[in-house]
Design a protein around this ligand. Structure first.
Ligand code: KIV
Length: 271
């Protein structure tokens, strides 16, 4: 897929491009985005992946958790983001309870792709059967392990996962199963940097970390956290890139450069 940007043709990144970046050791930059204006700014800064996360429940809608986010919300925001970007790869979250069975997951993922313009969908947890079914039907999938915000009513708190040996082993084996089922990408949220390093080395697919240390194949942050405008407490693993920037574009570019040069996250932003 080629798109025109400032009069010249720009190629939209594909799953193959992201895999090639891992193989040549180039770090992958990712930010969440929920609307056309921020999508365009991130795209112009060279951000590789725009994740339309169900974090929009908190940062756009002011909800306490991601659980109230609906498929209609996800389709609307994904379409806004997809319309304004040229190069960046678009991933959309399957929201809470939109993937209870393989068939329902496929129907909802198809809507995110057909109506929203997503190139891949992301789902939380160790669900290899759902991943396999989606992949068999032509839907690229990003797994999400570690801290799972859609499980907040089970866990009660948002905290670092995989600290004990048993928990770390489980996350590693879940990651291998998701890859085996055909996932093309994995997000690892809030796990010790040493575990994220092991998983990134063991897996052949790119691993994108958030609160998972510098050794992942790429990094993602919630855009409003890195611009210092999110409601509530700033997560320890995030950094306010607006602090040393004179514009939003400059802050996004600083994040992009810090990820590419492995200057972010530092040990202060890791567990
Ligand atoms: O919803 C989201 O923004 C996410 C990221 C935190 C990875 O899933």
């Amino acid at each position: 897929m080629n798109q025109t940007l400032y009069g010249s043709m720009v190629k939209t990144l594909t799953v193959t491009d992201l895999a090639a970046m891992k193989h040549r050791g180039e770090k992958i930059s990712c930010l969440t985005a929920y609307d056309a204006s921020f999508s365009a700014l991130c795209d112009q800064a060279g951000i590789d992946i725009l994740l339309v996360g169900d974090s929009l429940g908190m940062v756009i809608q002011g909800q306490q958790t991601t659980l109230p986010v609906t498929m209609d919300n996800m389709i609307y925001h994904t379409a806004c983001v997809a319309r304004a970007r040229h190069r960046a790869f678009i991933i959309a979250d399957l929201p809470f309870m939109s993937y209870p069975t393989p068939v329902i997951a496929a129907q909802n993922a198809a809507q995110l792709m057909q109506q929203g313009g997503a190139q891949m969908v992301k789902l939380e947890g160790a669900k290899p059967d759902i991943v396999r079914f989606l992949v068999e039907h032509g839907i690229p999938v990003c797994g999400h392990l570690g801290l799972l915000p859609q499980q907040i009513n089970h866990t009660g708190v948002y905290k670092v996962q995989g600290k004990s040996l048993a928990d770390a082993d489980k996350i590693l084996s879940d990651a291998l199963q998701l890859q085996q089922a055909g996932a093309s990408l994995l997000v690892l949220e809030c796990v010790p940097a040493s575990l994220a390093k092991t998983i990134s080395h063991e897996l052949s697919i790119p691993v994108i970390g958030i609160g998972a240390g510098v050794e992942c194949d790429g990094q993602v942050l919630v855009l409003y956290d890195m611009l210092g405008i999110a409601l509530g407490k700033k997560p320890r693993f995030s950094k306010n890139f607006m602090q040393d920037a004179s514009s939003i574009s400059e802050a996004i570019l600083a994040y992009q450069n810090a990820v590419k040069q492995q200057q972010f996250p530092t040990p202060d932003h890791s567990f």
